[in-house]
Design a protein around this ligand. Structure first.
Ligand code: NAI
Length: 468
């Protein structure tokens, strides 16, 4: 085998699991190839996930605020109109600039970014097929699988990316749909539903459980639902879609809720009912990499090694929440472990954020999880309506809630809904990572007036509860 095909590490996938791992491995002295089937690096997150959806969320929020939120400030704007092609082109430009940056990052870290679809031949060889059908075999001491996930489909409801779309299609509608059904009231459904709602679509979210974003702390989920109700987003909870008829002008959805059936017509439908690991075509079974039969996730040990010790796996394809920052942390930990360093990912302090308006953010256990585990706890909360900065911006909806162990004051979870909580959650994560108590947060001086004082006030509320 020629030297140009021999590496210490071949990373399969250049998303947030793969590319930071490749860069770190190079920094640790390894020769690294990062292989990617798409022409652009960055994976789902950069190309069709986190980044483009946030670009659309930001643009649509500006549009909505300009239309409906300025007169209260004494600013009169007339004739606000939407140029959707420009809005979409801006989103594409944001994606292009960031994927370009990833390319440069890999280059400057001396990581070979190689285009091709990978198949694992054994613990040390990867076969790559390029766009022209050319085949190249790479040899490596280690292989890191970071191929991510794909959307789950509803049986009998094929995504044609026109009338029935996945999250990818919902980033690129050429016109604002008059009516949009969102099947699945999770992260994707609520974020992309918000985008099109703000741009003028009548959005109905169809969710099979009694709560939206059912993994959130229950109080936060209920508050989010109430606030989205106020924005005229419609919800059908406890409801499933049994089948769909696609016509020329739209889609008829057949719904079932508590034994009752009905049908509703929509111009377009977004299916956002979860994602599943992308392992198909990698040849994993034939090389002895074990998968969980039920979930399709790759089994790993605490060093991210699969059942073949030279093959590691991270991100959406292994157990845990499907979050970009979780994948990145795991990728870095995996390559560190290959190099003989021990780096632990603290799964108890992984934050999650939903970029609705207001935003939602949380870290640690929810109140429901604490109750189910029988942990004695105390809860304290503070509303944004009592926060000076929130009064100034007019974003007074929401709250911060802190849950602590009743005997030790150790923080078990922090949950927020309100303005800029996607940024505020970092303080909560750091507090938990450093083993802070609510007293530590309550005694930490926060700038005034800032949204972050709400966290300090919630900690003060916990302190008063503990002293009762
Ligand atoms: P999700 O798991 O967040 O939500 C899916 C929802 O669909 C759940 O509420 C579930 O109860 C519901 N559902 C499932 N089957 C259904 C059916 N047949 N009919 C009606 N409802 C049904 O999954 P989602 O939103 O597709 O997102 C996929 C992954 O991407 C998530 O794991 C999420 O963590 C990640 N993501 C993260 C974001 C962020 O961090 N801000 C943004 C977008 C996605």
């Amino acid at each position: 085998m020629s030297a140009e095909n021999m590496y210490d590490l071949v990373v399969i996938g250049s998303g947030p699991g793969g590319y930071p791992a490749a860069v770190r491995a190079s920094g640790l002295g390894m020769t690294v190839a990062c292989v990617e089937k798409s022409l652009r690096p960055g994976g789902v997150c950069l190309n069709v996930g986190c980044i483009p959806s946030k670009a659309l969320l930001d643009s649509s929020e500006i549009f909505e605020t300009t239309k409906n939120g300025l007169s209260v400030h004494g600013i009169q704007v007339t004739d606000v109109s939407l140029d959707l092609p420009v809005l979409i082109a801006r989103k594409n430009q944001v994606v292009e600039s960031l994927t370009g940056q990833v390319k440069k990052l890999l280059e400057s870290a001396r990581v070979s970014l190689i285009q091709g679809t990978a198949r694992v031949l054994d613990g040390h060889h990867v076969e790559l097929t390029d766009r022209d059908g050319g085949i190249r075999i790479l040899e490596a001491k280690f292989i890191l699988l970071a191929t991510g996930s794909i959307p789950v489909a509803i049986p009998g409801m094929e995504c044609d990316e026109d009338r029935i779309v996945s999250s990818t299609g919902a980033l690129n509608f050429s016109e604002v749909p008059r009516t949009l059904a969102v099947i699945g009231g999770g992260y994707i459904g609520l974020e992309l539903g918000s985008v099109w709602q703000r741009l003028g679509a009548a959005v109905t979210v169809i969710e099979m459980t009694p709560l939206i974003a059912p993994n959130l702390d229950g109080q936060i989920s209920r508050t989010l639902k109430r606030l989205l109700d106020k924005q005229s987003m419609a919800f059908r909870l406890n409801t499933t879609v049994t089948h769909a008829d696609v016509g020329q002008d739209g889609v008829k959805l057949f719904l079932e809720s508590k034994g009752k059936t009905e049908n509703m017509d929509f111009e377009r439908v977004l299916v956002a009912v979860g994602r599943k690991p992308l392992t198909a075509g990698l040849g994993l079974e034939s090389v002895g990499v074990s998968l969980d039969e039920k979930t399709g996730q790759v089994y790993i040990n605490s060093n991210y090694q699969t059942s073949v010790s030279s093959i590691y796996a991270v991100g959406d394809m292994v157990a845990g929440p499907m979050l970009a920052h979780k994948a990145s942390a795991e990728g870095i930990a995996a390559v560190s472990s290959m190099a003989g360093h021990f780096v632990e990912v603290n799964y108890d302090t992984l934050p999650s954020v939903i970029y609705t308006r207001p935003e939602v953010a949380g870290v640690g256990l929810t109140e429901e999880q604490i109750k189910a585990r029988g942990i004695p706890y105390v809860s304290g909360a503070y509303p944004f309506s009592g926060n000076g900065r929130a009064r100034c911006t007019g974003e007074t909806e929401g709250l911060v809630k802190i849950l602590v162990h009743a005997r030790t004051d150790r923080i078990l979870g922090i949950h927020m809904i309100g303005p800029q909580v996607s940024e505020m959650i970092a303080e909560a994560v750091l507090a938990m990572e450093m083993g802070a108590s609510s007293e530590d947060i309550a005694r930490t001086v926060h700038s005034h007036p800032t949204f972050s004082e709400t966290l300090m006030e919630a900690a003060g509320a916990v302190q008063r509860q503990l002293k009762k």
